[in-house]
Design a protein around this ligand. Structure first.
Ligand code: HPA
Ligand code: ZN
Length: 341
C-alpha cells in the first residue's frame, strides 16, 4: 500500500480543467520583450526587470492598464500562436488536460490587427495542444465591458466568419460601472447563435451584478463570483442550480479582493455546496499558473484530499467539453481518487 499523497501533492498531480484564463494574461515579460523586438514595437519599460517591477497592482483597473499595454506587442498570427503555445506547455506541466481560453479581440482589432490573425493564431495553438500535448482546448471570445454594446455587436459580426473556432462569449475588463445589463441584447444574440455564454461578475462588483448575469445574460458560468457570500439568497440559488463559479485565488490576492489567501472565501463557498473551480486568470501577472493557485490555496485554507478531488471534478463538470471527453476526464480523476480518497 503506497502512502497517500498530501493534499498539496495530490493537487499538483490531479488532472484538471482550466476555465478562467485570459490568454493575453499569460504573456510573460520575456515574451513581451522578444515580441516587441520582433515587431519593432517600443515599450515604455527599459528591461524585463523594470516591467516586472511595475506589476504592483492595487485593484483591477491598475492591473488592466498594464495588461493592455503588454498586449500591444501582439501584431501577427504567429505572435498569437507563440503566446498560446507557451501557455499550453505550462498548463501541461500542471496536469491541465482541458482548457477554455478567453481572448480579448477588441484589444487587438482597435490597433489594426485583423480578427483572422487573432483567431487564426490562437486556434492553431489549440489544435497543436490537442495533437502534441493531449489537451482538449477551446476559445471563448470576451467583450470588453468598458466599451459600448454597439462595439460588442461589431466585434461579434467581425468574428462570425471564424465561428467554427470559438465556442462561446464572455464579458471582462473594468467591472464597476459596467453592469451585465449593458450587454443584454448582444448576449441574447449570442445565445441565438448557439454560443455558450459566461461573464465576469462579483469580482469587484456587487452580488447584484451576479443576479444580472444570471437573470439577464442567462450565463452558464460566472467568472470570479466571490462576492456571492454577501447575499444569502444568491448563495442558496447558486447551491440549488450548481451554476459554476470560476474562482482565481492568486488574482483575488494580487488585486486586493482579499487581503490574505487565508481569508479567501473559496472554502466557505465549497462548504455552501457551490460548484467552485480553481483557475489562474492572468498567470503571468498574478504570480503563478494553475498549480501555484491550487497548491497555495490548499495550503492557506487547509483543504483536504476530498476537497481537492471535488475541485478537480467540478472543473470538468463546469466545462463545455463534449460528453465523451468529459467522462474520460472524470475517469482520470476517479482513478487517482480511488487510491487517494
Ligand atoms: N477581471 C476582469 N477583466 C479581466 C481580468 C479580470 O480578472 N483579467 C483580464 N481581464
Ligand atoms: Zn478574468
Amino acid at each position: 500500500m503506497t502512502q497517500p499523497l498530501s493534499p498539496a501533492e495530490l493537487a499538483r498531480r490531479i488532472p484538471k480543467a482550466e476555465l478562467h484564463l485570459h490568454i493575453e494574461g499569460s504573456l510573460e515579460p520575456e515574451l513581451i520583450f522578444s515580441l516587441a523586438q520582433r515587431n519593432g514595437v517600443s515599450l515604455p519599460y527599459a528591461s524585463v526587470e523594470a516591467l516586472r517591477a511595475a506589476y504592483a497592482f492595487t485593484d483591477l483597473q491598475s492591473f488592466l492598464d498594464i495588461y493592455y499595454a503588454g498586449a500591444s506587442v501582439l501584431l501577427r498570427e504567429a505572435d498569437f500562436y507563440d503566446m498560446a503555445w507557451a501557455y499550453f506547455e505550462r498548463a501541461h506541466a500542471d496536469r491541465v488536460i482541458h482548457a477554455e481560453l478567453f481572448f480579448d479581440p477588441q484589444t487587438h482589432t482597435e490597433r489594426g490587427v485583423s480578427m483572422a490573425a487573432v483567431i487564426g493564431g490562437l486556434s492553431r495553438a489549440c489544435a497543436d495542444a490537442q495533437q502534441k500535448l493531449g489537451i482538449s482546448a477551446a476559445l471563448i471570445l470576451c467583450f470588453l465591458r468598458h466599451l459600448s454594446e454597439d462595439d460588442a455587436f461589431a466585434t461579434l459580426e467581425a468574428a462570425l466568419p471564424h465561428r467554427a473556432h470559438f465556442i462561446g462569449v464572455g464579458l471582462d475588463s473594468s467591472e464597476l460601472g459596467h453592469p451585465p445589463s449593458k450587454f443584454e441584447r448582444v448576449f441574447a444574440r449570442c445565445r441565438e447563435l448557439g454560443l455558450h455564454v459566461v461573464a465576469h461578475a462579483g469580482e469587484e462588483g456587487p452580488p447584484e451584478y451576479m443576479w444580472q448575469a444570471i437573470d439577464l445574460l442567462k450565463v452558464e458560468r460566472i467568472d470570479h463570483g466571490v462576492a456571492c457570500l454577501q447575499d444569502p439568497l444568491l448563495v442558496a440559488e447558486l447551491a440549488h442550480t450548481r451554476l459554476p463559479l470560476t474562482v482565481c485565488p492568486l488574482s483575488n490576492l494580487k488585486l486586493s479582493v482579499v487581503n490574505d489567501l487565508s481569508a479567501h472565501p473559496l472554502k466557505r463557498m465549497l462548504d455552501a455546496g457551490l460548484c467552485v473551480t480553481i483557475n489562474s486568470d492572468d498567470p503571468a501577472y498574478f504570480g503563478g499558473y494553475m498549480n501555484a493557485n491550487f497548491v497555495q490555496t490548499v495550503e492557506a485554507l487547509g483543504l483536504t484530499r476530498d476537497e481537492v478531488i471535488t475541485l478537480a471534478r467540478n472543473s470538468f463538470e463546469a466545462s463545455f467539453v463534449d460528453a465523451d471527453r468529459r467522462s474520460a476526464c472524470l475517469q482520470q480523476v476517479s482513478s487517482l481518487a480511488r487510491v487517494q480518497a
